[in-house]
Design a protein around this ligand. Structure first.
Ligand code: PGA
Length: 249
């Protein structure tokens, strides 16, 4: 069976002191996890995390990556730079970047491609807003978002991680029910199957108010292969509970 992946998304949170305490507590409690575990941290802390994680099973992730290789792109961070810090994953197309930074499906697809070219696994986020769900457009929206990435990445599609994150569930405490989430994951799986014979290898994560109390039930669904965890990844005990649930699922 494919290993699940629990990835923390710290968003724009942390400090050198807070990171130190959080990561040491996670490492102390994690032991040999029964799933893959990563934390996606703000770029300035990558060097600190690279030292803290040392040779542990805790993988390092970034929250974004430039679509460009190098050059006059003030403020951007390239995939090659991330790789120098031992980064294994990069979130691309998080709804906060789509919403606040105007990222389009095409740009997100190019970011995924830039990450893959450096051997970094993109965690491609897709998800509908509340208005789109209420208008019955959920399937259409997530398929359009994923189609752009499939189109740009051809035979590399099986190397992606996909995260279904309904926008209305992010940071709101409103989680999609396991059945609701599974229904969308099944749509995404079918779309991946049409694109690659290795679609079953792709980990499809759920994200949006996943926490210590609801993780086990979500992770028990057949097409939910892990979680992208925001708020609950900032508390070591909660994050570890989710990691344990994923190891058992
Ligand atoms: P949340 O965030 O767990 O705080 O809802 C998830 C995410 O945005 O990745």
């Amino acid at each position: 069976m494919k290993k699940k992946l629990i990835a923390g998304n710290w968003k724009m949170n942390g400090s050198i002191e807070a990171n130190d305490g959080l990561v040491r507590a996670v490492l102390a409690g994690m032991g040999t996890p029964g799933c893959a575990v990563a934390v996606c941290v703000p770029a300035p802390y990558l060097a600190q995390l690279q030292m803290l994680r040392a040779a542990s099973a805790l993988e390092l992730g970034a929250q974004d990556v430039s679509a460009h290789d190098k050059g006059a792109y003030t403020g951007e961070v390239s995939a090659a730079m991330l790789r120098e810090f031992g980064v294994r994953y990069a979130i691309v197309g998080h709804s906060e970047r789509r919403q606040y930074h105007g990222e389009t499906d095409v740009l997100v697809a190019d970011k995924a491609k830039a990450a893959l070219a450096q051997g970094i696994t993109p965690i491609v986020c897709v998800g509908e807003t509340l208005a789109q769900r209420e208008a019955g457009q959920t399937e259409e929206v997530v398929k359009r978002q994923l189609a752009a990435v499939i189109h740009a990445n051809g035979h590399c599609v099986s190397e992606l991680v996909v995260a279904y994150e309904p926008v209305w569930a992010i940071g709101t405490g409103k989680t999609a029910s396991p059945q609701m989430a599974q229904a969308v994951h099944a749509v995404l799986r079918a779309q991946l199957r049409a694109a690659t014979p290795q679609a079953d290898r792709v980990q499809i994560l759920y994200g949006g108010s996943m926490n210590a109390a609801n993780a086990a039930e979500l992770l028990a669904q057949p097409d939910i292969d892990g979680g992208l965890i925001g708020g609950a990844s900032l508390k070591a005990a909660d994050f570890l509970t989710i990691v344990t649930a994923a190891g058992r699922a």
